[in-house]
Design a protein around this ligand. Structure first.
Ligand code: HEM
Length: 218
């Protein structure tokens, strides 16, 4: 999957990038309309999908679109997000990481990114299940009032968890220079890969070596 483009290394394919930014857009519509329903002082957020009535109608559909589109990301990145022993080295040296140094032989993602991935996944599962239970007029009638009350609480708490997680994720993305470009243009420099994800970089070098050997045999 990783291809060489001169000094550039492909980190995210076009389809991954499109998937990511469409999820961001649907997330913004869902989160803003949801905050509008929840906080009286933010009721004016309900105009985000046209009118407050339209927001109420569309919020569950837009939320479902986010969950379905995120599912592609979930399966795409699952293999990179299992925690390993180098992640513990990263965690023990978090003070260095906060000073812009790197720690541990990091692969495709570091422990912080893995944590974000699992927080996003857990909050989206909770939001989807609780959202279906409270979805009037389609599904809510199949559940008792106490179940709907619990689902409302779970929906609100997991929405807050998702919003905070996305803020931390976006902050980290802007903080690590070169990350945003990788999600817009797709590529990172060799220096970036070596500094932030040394084990991933070595895997790429291996792939390139194999590719070069194949070419020379032709
Ligand atoms: C404005 C908000 C956002 C920005 C600026 C942003 C930026 C980025 C960037 C730069 C990466 C690549 C990181 C790397 O390759 O090292 C990334 C990866 C990713 N993003 Fe976002 N993102 C945002 C919102 C979201 C949202 C709303 C979701 C899902 C609900 C999301 C889910 C992911 C996932 C699953 C990855 C794969 C990496 C991982 O597992 O941590 N992002 N994002």
């Amino acid at each position: 999957m990783m291809k060489k483009k001169g000094d550039k290394i492909l980190r995210h394919t076009a389809s991954e990038r499109i998937n990511h930014w469409v999820v961001v857009i649907v997330f913004l519509f869902t989160a803003i309309s949801g905050l509008g329903f929840f906080f009286p002082s933010l009721n004016w957020f309900m105009n985000i999908l046209g009118t407050p009535e339209l927001s109420r109608l569309l919020h569950p559909f837009v939320g479902s679109a986010m969950a379905i589109l995120f599912l592609f990301m979930f399966f795409r990145y699952l293999k990179y997000n299992f925690i390993d022993k180098d992640d513990l080295v990263w965690a023990k040296n978090i003070h260095k990481v906060l000073q812009n140094e790197e720690a541990g032989d990091i692969g495709h993602y570091n422990l912080g990114q893995k944590g974000i991935y699992w927080m996003l996944s857990i909050s989206l599962i909770l939001l989807t299940v609780s959202g279906i239970i409270i979805w009037r007029p389609y599904f809510a009638e199949y559940f008792s009032i106490p179940v709907i009350r619990i689902a409302l609480l779970v929906h609100s708490l997991s929405a807050i968890l998702l919003i905070i997680t996305v803020f931390v994720h976006a902050y980290a993305a802007f903080w690590v220079k070169g990350s945003i470009r990788s999600m817009i243009e797709g590529w990172v420099t060799r220096g970036w890969a070596k500094k932030h994800h040394p084990r991933w970089y070595r895997e790429i070098l291996e792939e390139e070596k194999k590719e070069a050997e194949k070419q020379s045999q032709k």
